[in-house]
Design a protein around this ligand. Structure first.
Ligand code: THU
Length: 164
């Protein structure tokens, strides 16, 4: 009889959970910047207003909001708006952290705003090209979730090392 040797692996993701009062000064500032820029979101179709703030290694903070489109797939998330802008303006400066917050009916959402699959892949490219951990900070009304790297949010990912 043929013997099978099927294995499993467990993929572990560590997420820190804390509240706004427990944030350090720099994270607080980053989240506040994400909150501010969410006001500039253009989201007439979903009414889901998202803001992201990217902290760069030179201390600068670059922000962006989601920009929707009548042709839905042409819209862009806040994370990619902010990160594309950061990398365009400061192409040689690694990104250290990105914080994101979403509003519905003028209130921060009860659930954390975690990046969509396309944004995870986009952020992974940034983390890989700079070879520098990129913290992902996801905010909700009461809690903040933090992943130490983008890779933590994309197990078994495909990045530029796969093309070497
Ligand atoms: N959105 C973001 O900008 N970031 C996220 O992390 C989740 C979703 C946007 C896309 C779309 O404009 C709206 O939120 C609803 O999906």
């Amino acid at each position: 009889m043929k013997k099978y040797d099927i294995k499993t692996i467990n993929l572990n993701t560590k997420i820190l959970i804390y509240n706004f009062d427990e944030c350090n000064k720099s994270t607080k500032k980053l989240i506040e910047k994400a909150q501010d820029i969410a006001l500039n979101s253009y989201a007439p179709y979903s009414n889901f207003h998202v803001g992201s703030a990217v902290l760069l290694a030179n201390g600068k903070i670059v922000t962006g909001s989601n920009q929707e489109n009548a042709a839905f797939p042409a819209g862009i998330c806040a994370e990619r708006t902010a990160m594309a802008y950061a990398n365009s303006k400061y192409p040689d400066i690694p990104a250290k952290a990105i914080a994101t917050v979403a509003y519905q009916n003028n209130e921060i959402t009860e659930e954390i705003c975690s990046p969509c699959g396309v944004c995870r892949q986009f952020l992974l490219e940034v983390e890989s090209k700079f070879n520098h951990p990129l913290k992902v900070i996801m905010c909700s009304k009461n809690n903040i979730y933090e992943a130490a790297t983008v890779k933590d949010l994309l197990p078994l990912c495909f990045d530029k090392s796969n093309l070497d």
